[in-house]
Design a binder for this molecule. Structure first.
Ligand code: GDP
Ligand code: IMO
Ligand code: MG
Length: 433
C-alpha cells in the first residue's frame, strides 16, 4: 500500500463524520502499519469498533484499533473515560484469543475513571427524561464527563496512591448516592451496585498491572523523534457535545479539536485529517435524523449493512447520505482526506439518493442549521445505482461506472478527495485510490 502523505512531527487524525459506526476501527487497523503509535483521545466504552481479518471478528471498546498490526504503541489518552471493569473484560477476552497487549498498551494517568455509580446515574437520568431520553449506551459516559468538568472526578493516576484512592472513592460515591436518592433511583437498580463494585475493584487491581503514563509527554516525544502517530476518534462528529444534534449527543468533543485536548498536542501538530463516512447514513439512539428512511429501503440498508449496535445490539436507524451534515462536519475538523465505507450495501439498488440541501419552511438551506428538529425536508439528488457486487472489486479500475460516478459526485459536493474506499468488512476489502 502506498500513501504518500504520512506526516512526520504531526498527528494524523481519523474521525467519524456522521453519527458514529462509520467503520473507524476497520480503517485504523488498515492504516496502522504506516504508523508507530495509535492513540484514542475521547469517548469510552460507548464505542464499539469492529475489525475483521483472517476470518476473525473483534469489537474494541476502549483498546485502540492499532493493537493487531505489529508491535505498535497503543495509547489510551487523557481525553478518554475508562471503565476498569469493562477494560479488564475486553483485555482478558483479547488475551484469551492469543493477543498479548501488555507491552504495547499504555494508559494516561489523566484519563477519568467511570465508576459503578456513574453507570447507575446514567440509567436513572435517562429514566427521568422519559420520552426525551437520549438513548445512551448506558455506560456512564455523561455522568463521568460531568464529574470531570465539575472537578469532582477520579482519574486513572489516583489509583497509584492507594490509600488516598479509597478515601476519594468513598467521597465521590457518597455524593452520587445522594444524587441517586434525589433522582428516585429504583431499589432494583441500586441492588446492581454490589456486583458492579466487586467488578470495579477487580478492574482497578487489573489496571494497576498496566503501564500508566503521562501520555502528553509520550506523544510529544514520539513526534520530536519523527515517529508517526495516528489518533483514533470515537463516536461521530454529529454526536459532538458542541456541534452535534444537541442534546442528542455524547459528552465529548468528537471533532478534530478534541484530539488536541484529548492527547495534549498543539493545533499545529495536526497533520492529515481523515474523515470517514458511510455511503449512506445511520444513527443509533434517539434524536433527529432528517434523511431517515422508515420504509423498505431503510430496512434493506439495515439488513444488508448488518446495522445493529456493536455495543448494545440495538438496531441502527438507516437513511440516505446527508451532504448538508457532511459538509458541516468536514468544515469543523478541516478534513483533508475522505474515506467512504459500505458502498457495497447499496449494490442492489436501482437508484441512490443524496441529500444536497434542506428545505425549511419553504426555503432551501445548504448550511447546517441551528436545529434539525421539526420541519426539515431533505432535497435529494437521485443517481443511478450500479447493481453490481462491489465486494469483488480489488482495484479502482474494477469499479462499476455508476459507482465511479457516485464517488465523483460526492467529491464535487464535498470538495475533498475520497482517498480510500471500503467495499466489505474485511481488512483486505479496502481500496486505496
Ligand atoms: P466504528 O464504530 O466506526 O468502528 O464502526 P462499527 O464497527 O461500529 O460499525 C461498522 C460495521 O460495518 C462493522 O460491523 C464493520 O465490520 C462493517 N464494515 C466496515 N466497513 C465495511 C464495508 O465497507 N462494507 C460492509 N458491508 N461492512 C463494513
Ligand atoms: P462508535 O465509536 C454510535 C450514541 C448513543 C446515544 C448518544 C449518547 O462505535 O462510533 P452515550 O452513551 O455516549 O452517552 O450516548 O451517542 N453513541 C454512539 N452511536 N456509535 C458510537 O460509538 C456511539 N457512542 C455513543 O447511541 O445516542
Ligand atoms: Mg461502532
Amino acid at each position: 500500500m502506498i500513501i504518500s502523505n504520512i506526516n512526520m512531527e504531526k498527528v494524523d487524525v481519523l474521525l467519524g463524520l456522521q453519527w458514529g459506526d462509520e467503520g473507524k476501527g476497520k480503517i485504523v487497523d488498515v492504516l496502522t502499519p504506516l504508523y508507530d503509535a495509535v492513540a484514542r483521545f475521547q469517548g469510552g466504552p460507548n464505542a464499539g469498533h469492529t475489525l475483521e481479518f483472517d476470518g476473525q471478528k473483534y469489537v474494541l471498546r476502549s483498546v485502540p484499533s492499532g493493537i493487531f498490526q505489529g508491535n505498535k504503541i497503543n495509547i489510551i489518552g487523557n481525553g478518554v473515560v475508562l471503565d476498569p471493569a469493562l477494560f479488564m473484560e475486553e483485555v482478558q477476552a483479547l488475551e484469551k484469543s492469543g493477543h498479548d497487549l501488555r507491552s504495547r498498551l499504555k494508559i494516561s494517568r489523566k484519563a477519568h475513571l467511570i465508576l459503578p455509580t456513574h453507570r447507575l446515574l446514567d440509567a436513572t437520568q435517562e429514566r427521568m427524561k422519559g420520552d426525551s431520553k437520549v438513548g445512551t449506551t448506558g455506560k456512564g459516559i455523561g455522568p463521568t464527563y460531568t464529574d470531570k468538568v465539575a472537578r469532582t472526578g477520579l482519574r486513572v493516576g489516583d489509583i497509584e496512591i492507594a490509600k488516598d484512592f479509597e478515601a476519594k472513592y468513598a467521597a465521590v460515591r457518597a455524593r452520587h448516592m445522594l444524587l441517586l436518592e434525589a433522582y428516585g433511583c429504583t431499589e432494583e437498580k441500586k441492588a446492581e451496585l454490589t456486583d458492579l463494585e466487586e467488578k470495579f475493584r477487580r478492574g482497578i487491581e487489573f489496571l494497576r498491572t498496566f503501564e500508566l503514563i503521562d501520555s502528553e509527554f509520550v506523544v510529544n516525544k514520539l513526534l520530536a523523534q519523527d515517529r508517526r502517530v495516528l489518533a483514533e476518534g470515537a463516536q461521530g462528529s454529529m454526536l459532538d457535545i458542541d456541534f452535534g444534534s444537541y442534546p442528542f449527543v455524547t459528552s465529548s468533543n468528537t471533532i478534530c479539536s478534541g484530539c488536541c485536548t484529548g492527547l495534549g498536542i498543539a493545533p499545529h501538530r495536526i497533520g492529515t485529517v481523515y474523515g470517514i463516512f458511510k455511503a449512506y447514513c445511520t444513527r443509533v439512539g434517539a434524536g433527529p435524523f432528517p434523511t431517515e428512511l422508515q420504509d423498505e429501503t431503510g430496512k434493506l440498508l439495515a439488513e444488508r449493512g448488518h446495522e445493529f449496535g456493536s455495543v448494545t445490539g440495538r438496531p441502527r436507524r438507516c437513511g440516505w447520505i446527508d451532504l448538508v451534515a457532511l459538509r458541516y462536519t468536514i468544515m469543523l475538523s478541516g478534513v483533508t482526506q475522505l474515506i467512504m465505507m459500505k458502498g457495497d450495501v447499496l449494490d442492489t439498488l436501482p437508484e441512490i439518493k443524496a441529500c444536497v440541501a434542506y428545505k425549511i419552511n419553504g426555503t432551501e438551506v445548504r448550511d447546517f442549521p441551528y436545529s434539525i428538529e421539526g420541519n426539515i425536508e431533505p432535497v435529494y439528488k437521485t443517481l443511478p445505482g450500479w447493481q453490481t457486487p462491489l465486494s469483488e472489486a480489488d482495484v479502482e479500475e474494477h469499479f462499476p461506472k455508476a459507482f465511479g460516478e457516485y464517488i465523483a459526485f460526492l467529491e464535487a459536493e464535498l470538495g475533498v478527495p475520497i482517498a480510500i474506499v471500503s467495499v466489505g468488512p474485511d481488512r483486505k476489502q479496502t481500496i486505496i485510490r
